[in-house]
Design a protein around this ligand. Structure first.
Ligand SMILES: [Zn+2]
Length: 135
């Protein structure tokens, strides 16, 4: 990602969402070229064309976002994207060795409790609901 970040640096509107769109576009281009190796004039060709159209659309969208004058709207999109992204990467970064992860029975808030402490009462910091759990 290093070169891409350097390329985007200082460019107006080049945010994480545009960067992610670029990455998706590159990925789709790669996948479509792999598909094109298999068979021309078969269903693989249709898949290839569809992937090409989608990847081009994704690139156009990324470039359009970078040069868009509606910065507040683009910023909102980026924040929405970052929220989803953090939730996604946070799930992978969970330390399952030392903590137990659970959701509150009432408000579904995500809770983290140290592992190996036996049975304990956990109070949800969001809604105050108490739960007895085994760690
Ligand atoms: Zn709760």
């Amino acid at each position: 990602m290093g070169w891409l970040q350097r390329f985007m640096y200082g460019r107006r509107g080049g945010d994480q969402l545009s960067l992610a769109l670029m990455a998706v576009g590159i990925l789709l281009t790669l996948v479509s070229s792999i598909v094109s190796w298999f068979a021309i004039k078969t269903t693989a060709y249709v898949v290839y064309v569809i992937l090409q159209v989608i990847s081009t659309a994704v690139f156009v969208l990324a470039v359009w976002r970078m040069f868009s004058r509606n910065i507040p709207a683009r910023e909102r999109e980026n924040q929405k994207f970052l929220g989803v992204w953090r939730r996604f990467t946070g799930w992978f970064k969970r330390d399952r060795k030392n903590f137990v992860y659970l959701n509150c029975a009432d408000c579904k808030a995500s809770l983290r409790v140290p592992k190996g402490k036996g049975t304990m009462i956990v109070t949800c910091p969001k809604c105050g609901r108490e739960m007895r759990i085994k760690t």
